[in-house]
Design a protein around this ligand. Structure first.
Ligand code: ADP
Ligand code: MG
Ligand code: ZN
Length: 611
């Protein structure tokens, strides 16, 4: 059919083309001179004309002299002789001229009648056809939109197969999921016992904690096909496309059952309904509804388990969590020290490490890193080793990689002038010294005046243990440490630069949280302001004020006081230990960075000297 259509279009194009050529040739080929009827009559009367040919409206006359051809248009509706006679042609002279009247053949006459009608019809037909073809193509695209973009991971594909052993840590999550694995392996066993099989599992956790990896490993362990699609892929511009994709995705999964459907980033479609505006919302709603419909429609022997992942459980539609839907929830935590070592080991497996590399030291320095960050760290380390043409990855490469992952790449070529370098050294020295002197602040791991990302220098302070809760005294000491840079600049130069502006921002928002979120100030143990997310107005967070103007003033006052107190604390420490600050600054200017051990040594020496 398609082929015929294509040929048909060729024919149309040919016809159009040739009629075009014909028109051209008619008007242009050896164009004979055009003369008026009067002239022609005169020529006949003067015996100059050899022959006359009449073809429809056109009289082609050939002159005796050189057989020159000329054309004349005759009046419509009258015969040649009539026209000529009207102009007083000499009858005898006319008789002497060979007169030939061309009668169009039946076909020609038919064509002459039809073409004027047919041509526009053909043109319009061609136009409609082209438009239809365009629409049809669009249609096809819409159809293929409807096909889910799901990628299937075949259980027999050894290379892509992921197993639980590829996922470090996450012990509890793995335990919960191994239940699912058991079921997928032997569904009959559970059905025979009359057990209702879970339909949906929701993986919750920070980005990069290994949710996708875990879902894949469930499929790998069970040896079942794994259909994966990301929630954001559902959200296309046409309403209804998402829903039809979901339908198709589940159809395929059922065909290959037992199997796993994995919906990554489910929050992209599963946000609370009824909020927001715009057409995109309808689309999400339809997609979400379709997911729910499919899950509700599972027969007890469907043997398809839906795993979804999100890092925003707070915005999920409660309908997703109802029994018979995603009623299993598995939390994937940030790795603790032990897990971080295990993750580093996994990603160090096929990398040649130098003898000095201590993965546990690296893990100690990276609290708060997710699995993905650690994987990234090992990779950056390998890249750095490669760039210096090393045969193996050294500890220095990996330490450098930590900072790269944390703060951004070093910008060694960005040279500051001498004064700025000195100022940065005092500033960072200030942070580090205040941090070292306060008991509850995070210990200093490294001070550097190498600029990284947007920072001119940096002081790395890392909590000693993995901390989940922070105390009041931690906040206050941390606040003073943040103000240490500002305090140092002020003390040494008598004025401050624009340098510490991001420090001030951090300090202010920290103090604000102290008052409004954690209820740690004298305003009492309550929160101030309701956080609300405007999902469709560009993901911004706004705060609804649930307190009076007077309270707002009090909050402002306390926040200001807190920051000022922190500054005073920092200033006192720096004044008292001015020599130590000078020492740190000198070392920084000489060698750009101070590592933890050396820094601790400087602090120890100076406190001993004082005592
Ligand atoms: P999420 O889906 O939670 O955002 P991913 O599963 O995509 O995170 O993790 C990204 C990458 O980080 C993985 O491909 C893996 O290399 C690494 N990773 C994360 N967590 C772990 C872990 N527990 N063990 C090993 N590697 C991990
Ligand atoms: Mg993921
Ligand atoms: Zn600073």
């Amino acid at each position: 059919m398609e082929k015929i259509l294509k040929n048909f279009s060729l024919i149309i194009i040919f016809v159009l083309f040739f009629s075009g050529v014909a028109l051209l040739s008619n008007s242009n080929a050896t164009a004979p001179e055009e003369v008026t009827l009067t002239t022609l009559v005169q020529q006949i009367n003067e015996d100059k004309v050899a022959s006359i040919e009449v073809d429809g409206q056109t009289i082609t006359s050939t002159l005796k002299e050189d057989e020159v051809k000329q054309v004349t248009n005759k009046e419509v509706g009258s015969s040649v002789s009539e026209s000529l006679t009207n102009l007083d042609v000499n009858k005898e002279k006319l008789n002497a001229v060979a007169l030939e009247v061309k009668v169009p053949s039946g076909f020609e006459r038919a064509m002459m009648g039809i073409i004027p009608i047919l041509l526009p019809v053909l043109l319009i037909g061609a136009l409609i056809w082209f438009m239809m073809r365009g629409a049809m193509r669009g249609n096809n695209q819409a159809l293929s939109f409807g096909n889910s973009r799901a990628r299937m991971i075949d259980p027999n594909d050894k290379k892509k197969k992921t197993l639980f052993k590829d996922v470090a840590g996450n012990k509890e999550a793995k335990e919960e999921l191994s239940e699912i694995v058991d079921f997928l392996k032997e569904p009959a066993k559970f059905h025979d016992l009359g057990a209702k099989i879970p339909k949906g599992v929701l993986l919750l956790g920070n980005p990069g904690t290994g949710k996708t990896l875990l879902a894949k490993s469930v499929a790998g362990e069970a040896g079942v096909p794994f259909f994966t699609i990301s929630g954001s892929e559902f959200v296309e511009m046409f309403v209804g496309v998402g829903a039809s994709r979901v339908r198709d995705l589940f159809k395929q999964a059922k065909k290959h059952s037992p199997s796993i459907v994995f919906i990554d980033e489910v929050d992209a479609v599963g946000r609370q309904r009824g909020a927001g505006l715009g057409g995109g919302n309808d689309e999400r709603e339809q997609t979400l509804n379709q997911i729910l419909v499919e899950m509700d429609g599972f027969e007890s022997d469907t043997n398809v388990i839906v795993i979804a992942a999100t890092n925003r459980p707070d915005v999920l539609d409660p309908a997703l969590m109802r029994p018979g839907r995603f009623d299993r929830r598995v939390t994937v935590d940030l790795p603790d020290l032990k897990d971080r070592i295990a993750i580093l080991k996994i990603h160090a497996k096929d990398k040649p490490l130098a003898d000095d590399v201590k993965l546990d030291r690296l893990a100690q320095r990276t609290p708060g890193f997710a699995g993905a960050d650690l994987a990234n760290l090992m990779n950056e380390g390998a890249l750095l080793a490669g760039r210096r043409d090393g045969k193996s990855i050294s500890m220095d490469d990996l330490v450098e990689a930590i900072e790269k992952v944390m703060i951004g790449p070093a910008r060694k070529n960005k040279r500051m002038d001498e004064k700025e370098t000195e100022l940065t050294a005092y500033h960072e020295g200030g942070h580090a010294l205040v941090g070292a002197m306060l008991k509850h602040a995070d210990p200093v791991h490294k001070v550097s005046i190498i600029s990284r990302g947007t920072a001119g220098g940096y002081t790395l302070s890392v909590p000693e243990k993995d901390t989940h809760y922070y105390s009041q005294s931690y906040f206050l000491d941390q606040l003073a440490m943040i103000m240490g840079g500002y305090a140092a600049e002020k003390m040494i130069y008598g004025e401050v630069t624009t340098g510490p502006s991001s420090d001030l921002e951090r300090a202010t928002s920290m103090a604000r949280k102290y008052v409004t979120r954690y209820g740690m100030s004298e305003l009492g143990a309550r929160t101030f302001g309701k956080r609300e997310e405007h999902i469709f107005l560009g993901r911004e967070v706004s705060e609804e004020k649930d307190f009076s103007e007077k309270t707002a003033e009090q909050i402002d006052k306390i926040v200001t006081e807190m920051v000022n107190t922190a500054l005073t604390t920092a200033q006192e420490i720096l004044t008292e230990n001015r020599e130590t600050l000078q020492k740190i600054t000198d070392v920084l200017l000489a060698q750009e960075t101070i590592e933890k051990d050396e820094f601790d040594q400087i602090i120890k020496e100076s406190t001993e000297k004082k005592a």
